[in-house]
Design a protein around this ligand. Sequence first.
Ligand code: HEM
Length: 129
Amino acid sequence: MAQGLTLDEVATHNHEKDCYLIIGNTNNGGPKVYDVTKYLDDHPGGAEVMLELAGKYADDMFEDIGHSNEARKQLKQFLVGPLDATDEEIEKLGASSTAASGASSGGATVGFFVVVVAVGLGLYFYTQS
Ligand code: HEM
């Protein structure tokens, strides 16, 4: 297995001729470093979005888009190695499973579900009377 890279090392790979991204979190094996330089022109989402995050942590964006299993499979071929970071650094990136972003999106899903049930019940009683 290739040895890990530090955040500072990854940060130097930050342009179109040399573009690394950090993807992954403590829920799925931890943050890992990917060399996407060769994939920039082939990415269905475009090179621009990747270049904006070049040398940085891109997991939130990668997950927000809801990439397919196919995309996740492709990811593997670009793997450089694990990110060599302390627990504190991982926490700061928001890559820890306790990160607030996960909790808030869960809250929104529950809220939506409650509204659907409430409207459904309202309709049910309305049509019964
Ligand atoms: C090596 C990393 C990545 C791979 C292998 C990858 C792969 C893909 C693939 C295969 C698609 C087509 C839809 C799908 O199968 O889900 C896609 C779409 C997309 N990707 Fe990525 N992606 C990567 C990283 C990223 C990052 C970091 C971002 C955002 C900053 C991003 C933004 C998007 C967007 C916005 C689309 C939607 C394009 C559209 O439907 O118009 N991707 N990506």
